[in-house]
Design a protein around this ligand. Structure first.
Ligand SMILES: [Fe+2]
Length: 316
């Protein structure tokens, strides 16, 4: 049954290619910082070429722990910073090569050092990857595992949101019981912040400790997007279980990869996307933010966050 409250995907959220229906023409978000790599992925004296937003970029790690970035063809130097153990590169729009970069996003990960990271390549345009990131209702259907969920009963969730800088925040709330929260212990609150270009930070806190789960999306090209699931924490107990973290994180992310494969196959068959009620509202907000950022020419002084505070309800 199709719920009454649904929205057709806006036609302009990504442009379909004429030559290959179902394939997207590149519509990247410019004038933003993208995660290029974890610092340890770059070795001194070994320049590394990465494709980001369809552009080949060479990264050179220097002695002082800083990193230089330049376009592989032409050698134009690009703003590049190391922050919170990550290498960030700023991609200006083609016509705005002189744009001054906005400050690099800082999420306040405890200790500033990555404790755990998993990386997958989603076979998806960035918009679809963001859709997967912001769709709260897919979890019980896509992420099935005897380890982390078993009840099979859908419960109604109500969450409050507020516009926040270049994105929005799901206000702090007490989460439902889960193993990771029980491991940290105490009275837990969870706050989730999403911002352009595709960064989602989940803060899990008790009175003493913080765990930050940062999901960073970086488009490789129009059909592939790297998803990095990064954790920072200051809880000794999580360091003890870290050797087993991949056993949970890996299958979880591979389930996201699989559902993206199915989504792209569906598009190949001419399937049309459809957005359903409150559970897809966050993705619509992303599209609104993306549009407003492009209309502001990537200038933070001109940009004004188009969102309003809202309370959303869905079942997971
Ligand atoms: Fe997922």
């Amino acid at each position: 049954m199709v719920p009454a409250d649904f929205t057709e995907l806006p036609a302009d959220h990504a442009l379909e290619r004429q030559d290959r229906p179902g394939a997207f023409a590149p519509t990247y978000i410019h004038d933003q910082w993208y995660v290029a790599a974890r610092l340890s992925e770059l070795r001194r004296g070994r320049p590394r070429q990465l494709c980001i937003c369809g552009q080949a970029i060479e990264f050179i790690r220097l002695e002082a722990g800083s990193v230089e970035a330049r376009t592989a063809n032409g050698g134009q130097s690009l703003p590049c910073e190391v922050s919170e153990d990550l290498v960030w590169v700023f991609l200006a729009s083609a016509d705005g090569a002189d744009t001054l970069p906005i400050p690099v996003p800082v999420f306040g990960g405890p200790g500033g050092r990555i404790r755990f990271m998993e990386k997958v390549v989603l076979p998806a345009h960035q918009d679809d990857a963001v859709y997967g990131l912001l769709d709260p209702a897919h979890t019980p259907f896509v992420h099935r595992s005897p380890i982390w969920r078993g009840s099979g009963v859908l419960k109604e969730k109500t969450k409050s949101f507020e516009p926040d800088d270049m994105g929005f925040t799901m206000m702090p709330h007490a989460p439902v019981n889960s193993d990771i929260y029980n491991l940290i212990g105490g009275a837990i609150t969870v706050r989730i912040y999403f911002r352009l270009p595709g960064l989602r930070a989940e803060y899990i806190q008790n009175s003493k400790h913080t765990v930050l789960g940062l999901t960073a999306l970086t488009p490789v090209d129009a059909e592939r997007t790297v998803l990095r699931q990064i954790f920072y924490w200051d809880t000794p107990i999580l360091s003890l279980v870290r050797p087993f973290a991949s056993l949970i994180a890996r299958p979880f992310l591979e389930q996201d990869v699989n559902i993206m494969k199915l989504r792209s196959q569906n598009k190949g068959f001419g399937g049309k996307g459809m957005l359903v009620g409150d559970s897809d509202r966050q993705f619509l907000w992303y599209l609104q933010l993306k549009k407003a950022w492009a209309e502001a020419g990537g200038c933070p002084k001109t940009f004004s966050n188009p969102l309003e505070p809202a309370t959303l309800r869905w079942r997971t």
